[in-house]
Ligand binder design. Sequence first.
Ligand code: NAD
Length: 436
Amino acid sequence: MTGMHTPLNDTTRVGGLSYLNPLAPEPWASFVEQIERVRPHLGSLERWIETLIRPKRTLIVDVPIERDDGTVAHFEGYRVQHNLSRGPGKGGIRFHPDVTLNEVMALAGWMTIKNAAVGLPFGGAKGGVRVDPTSVSKGELQRITRRFTSEIGVIIGPDRDIPAPDVGTNAMTMAVMMDTFSMNRGGTATGVVTGKPIALGGSLGRQEATGRGVFITAREAARHQKIALEGARVVVQGFGNVGGIGARMFHDAGARVIAVSDHTAILVNLGGIDVPAALAHVAANGGLAGFPGADRIDAEEFWALECEFLVPAALEGQITAQRAERIRARIVVEGANGPTTPAADDILRDRGVLVVPDVLANAGGVTVSYFEWVQDFSSFFWTEDEINARLERIMVSAFDAIWHIAQEKGISLRTAAFVVACHRVLEARAERGLYP
Ligand code: NAD
């Protein structure tokens, strides 16, 4: 049964094939390759580079619960603190039946790079539970969340490591995590997680922040490439928090969203999809399947659609070398983490497709999570306009800095973002020195 105990060997395979896309390398292998590409640009900091390919702390936990029918089920959970050199760990919690340690390690590594690339005072972390949240009852899911939080409670905390939502988790999951951590501690620790409901110290604008950041970086890239947003064709894979909001922002800016997909359907309408209607359909039906305003197409047609912007916003390893050969987008904006394999990255570069990398494009979510954490600490809350204005400033200045380094060194935006981030992380590492 989905989510029941899985042997450790199966969940910790490193170097094999990813469950996400059998043609893509394992996520951690992609991350390591991306780090290797930065090596020539590190100067004297290169001596510290191995810090980045060895997660600092990896916790695997057993999450047993009593099911509604009285049986006992075990789930496997993870929290990886990839790097804490620049501050507490920060990164989401994924609930998915196929989460692996390998994947969580990579996602934690990308958080280290992302937080440093946009200048947030955090290290990188990520967590996950191997569970299909739709296959358990509400009560069972809450018990899983509470037991998982207790198990990783030994390493998280407002000044140690601060989780947030990711695929399969949401504001309610964060409410339960915050409550569990607080009960164990005997006080209320709102700052232990971000992405909480507003009533529990959540931040205005957090839910839209990742999609908003995707749109801001897409807009900046388009400005440099002299592509008008008005009437631009947009293709979006994944229609959840990131893809759905990102699509709506493109739509509101006058762009034409011509294709969208999720785990239930792949849809096209070259005249432009009514994005608010599609979002309402997903809210009512749990997926895009059955949405009347577009036609079904197959996956390979979807990836080959001619467009100005292609936004992968689902899972890792989606843009493989094979797909990269067929992509006819001017700009790929990575809403998802790790959607493009390193081999595909090279092909897209050679074919003149600009890639705005995940560690920059989807950093809006963690940026507003940072604002939430700061607001919780000070117990002083900002208006949504203030939050959006600060987000805009941080995203635009990170984009500009990374764009200029890419131009100056003749490297991709991804490698430039990694260069900026690795410098910051390894400089902190070097200045702190080795303990003992
Ligand atoms: P979500 O659960 O809200 O949405 C995921 C979407 O992907 C859903 O529409 C789902 O149906 C779709 N999907 C799943 N499998 C698919 C498949 N095989 N083909 C097409 N669509 C598929 O999750 P989210 O929060 O939007 O996260 C999406 C991606 O963005 C993940 O890579 C996540 O790590 C990344 N991300 C999220 C945030 C955030 O703040 N939520 C921040 C940064 C990065």
